[in-house]
Design a protein around this ligand. Structure first.
Ligand code: URA
Length: 218
């Protein structure tokens, strides 16, 4: 999808985007490709914007692009994306019918030798990037927003939301939209115990089955 930023773009001085008048996801994506709203843009390859139909009934929100997403310019195409795809499949959801995005749209990492180690985005970065997420929500107007993991939940609710306490139930948001909190797929990848991993994966698929209803009723 999107190519990496040109050298000219990389050298462009910091500029906060003007208030967006973007009337379509494509226009918004184009604006976001130049985002300088926080410092994460500088070492990243490119903005990884959301993707999916503008009329998607369900929006899935992750944390931030990982190494592979940063290179590909698409959300959830790396290892966590493979878990997400498999779980969607098992829940009976066609990913192409959903809008998939992240709370933070640049990869935050720490270079270690040749590797780029994921770093959790901070509150300031989540807040800065909400500007884009709010506009994606405004354009897509999903009936359900699925927040996968603590960063996504914080972005959607504007405050920390413990996942264990809130997962798996529908929560009303303003304007008739509902939210569903669940774990992040990379959490499942990190669980060392195979039995716990299988059980948690099953709960994740159950949460997605709840989301499936919103496609059926669309
Ligand atoms: N993790 C995320 O939260 N989002 C991605 O796009 C990839 C990994």
């Amino acid at each position: 999808m999107a190519d990496g930023p040109s050298d000219a773009n990389r050298r462009r001085p910091t500029a906060v985007a003007d208030l967006s008048e973007a009337g379509s996801l494509e226009a918004l994506r184009a604006e976001a490709s130049d985002c300088r709203r926080c410092p994460l843009w500088a070492p990243a390859t490119q903005t990884v914007f959301g993707e999916g139909p503008a009329a998607a009934p369900v929006m899935f929100v992750g944390e931030q692009p990982g190494d592979q997403e940063d290179l590909a310019g698409r959300p959830f195409v790396g290892p966590a994306g493979h878990v997400f795809d498999r779980a969607l499949d098992e829940a009976g959801i066609d990913r192409l019918q959903a809008y998939v995005t992240n709370a933070v749209k640049h990869f935050k990492f720490e270079p270690r030798g040749k590797r780029r180690m994921h770093q959790k985005p901070g509150g300031g970065e989540i807040q800065a990037c909400r500007w884009w997420l709010d506009r994606e929500i405004g354009l897509v107007e999903p009936r359900l927003i699925v927040a996968m993991g603590a960063t996504a939940a914080q972005a959607i609710f504007g405050k920390p939301m413990p996942i264990g306490k809130n997962r798996g139930r529908l929560i009303d948001l303003a304007g008739g939209t509902q939210a569903l909190v669940t774990v992040h797929p990379s959490y499942l990848l990190r669980l060392p115990d195979p039995a716990a991993k299988a059980a948690e994966y099953g709960r994740f698929v159950d949460d997605l089955r709840l989301a499936r209803r919103f496609f059926e009723a669309a």
